[in-house]
Design a protein around this ligand. Structure first.
Ligand SMILES: [Zn+2]
Length: 269
């Protein structure tokens, strides 16, 4: 696997933001030795991720439905099951709970109804993870100033997800929340956000090097020095470098361990 110098643990090269130049970017990533996990957010984006997956070229897919990206879609369990038998589909998600509603908008269908809907959708992903043994890619976004969505995810994993593992993507929790996810056997991944704020320095230092991953969430949140531009999976190099810096270790040591973590979690071959 030394063919891949870096792996972006979570990106959306399947997104419409890359429709104009996707092929050129994919060729560039391959040349640079940057592999990527392409993440589905609903049935359409999952189908695109599956089509783009090509392990020989360093591309794998996950399939799932984001808690709030597509309110209109009914989750089709059988469709997801049919993708999950493919070896290039290495995970389930992104799925989870998102409580980040701008105060002015409020909850779209009222808090109780919306939370129940998200919980049920997340539950179906947990069932798929139990049935297939593939890891969950979890999106958790708490209400501003709280850890509420993480607490509910932890509770749901404890009650329904025995034996299930995965990654908490775009982790924005504190060390207490990180400890709970570590105890459940989960890893956490960080985005370019850690290159331009000190808010997560402490939690990055806290999480053991063998349970941490780097991601771009491209096309969102480009790291320094690409801020404000469209993010691209190869910019994950900046996140690897920042994790090494925060942990006070050699960049090469961090790189090798983070790539290994990705290979192990998603069983990449
Ligand atoms: Zn994402």
């Amino acid at each position: 696997m030394e063919k891949w110098k870096y792996i972006d643990a979570h990106g959306h090269i399947n997104s419409g933001a890359f429709d104009e130049d996707r092929e050129a970017l994919l060729a560039l990533h391959e040349e640079e030795g940057v592999a990527q996990i392409i993440i589905g957010t609903d049935s359409k984006e999952s189908a695109k991720a599956v089509l783009l997956a090509d392990p020989r070229k360093g591309r794998w897919a996950t399939v799932g439905q984001h808690p709030t990206d597509n309110h209109a879609e009914e989750f089709d369990m059988e469709l997801y099951r049919s993708w999950l038998v493919k070896p290039e589909v290495v995970g389930i998600g992104e799925c989870g709970l998102d409580y980040y509603w701008p105060e002015s908008d409020g909850w779209p269908t009222g808090e109780t109804v919306e939370k129940a809907r998200q919980r049920e959708l997340f539950s179906k992903h947990i069932q798929l993870a139990r049935a297939t043994g593939k890891p969950l890619v979890i999106h958790g976004r708490p209400t501003k100033g709280t850890m509420d969505a993480y607490h509910d995810i932890i509770e749901q994993l404890k009650s329904e997800g025995q034996g299930v593992v995965g990654d908490i993507h775009f982790f924005v929790g504190n060390t207490a929340v990180a400890k709970e996810f570590l105890d459940l056997g989960f890893s956490m991944s960080f985005t370019g956000v850690i290159t331009f704020t000190h808010d997560y320095d402490e939690v990055v230092k806290y999480i053991p090097l063998d349970r941490i991953m780097a991601e771009t969430d491209a096309p969102f949140v480009a790291p320094k020095p690409f801020r404000g531009k469209r993010n691209e999976p190869h910019h994950v190099r900046e996140v690897y470098a920042k994790i090494a810096e925060l942990k006070g270790i050699e960049p090469e040591e961090a790189r090798i361990q983070i790539v290994t973590n990705c290979i192990n979690l998603f069983k990449l071959t």
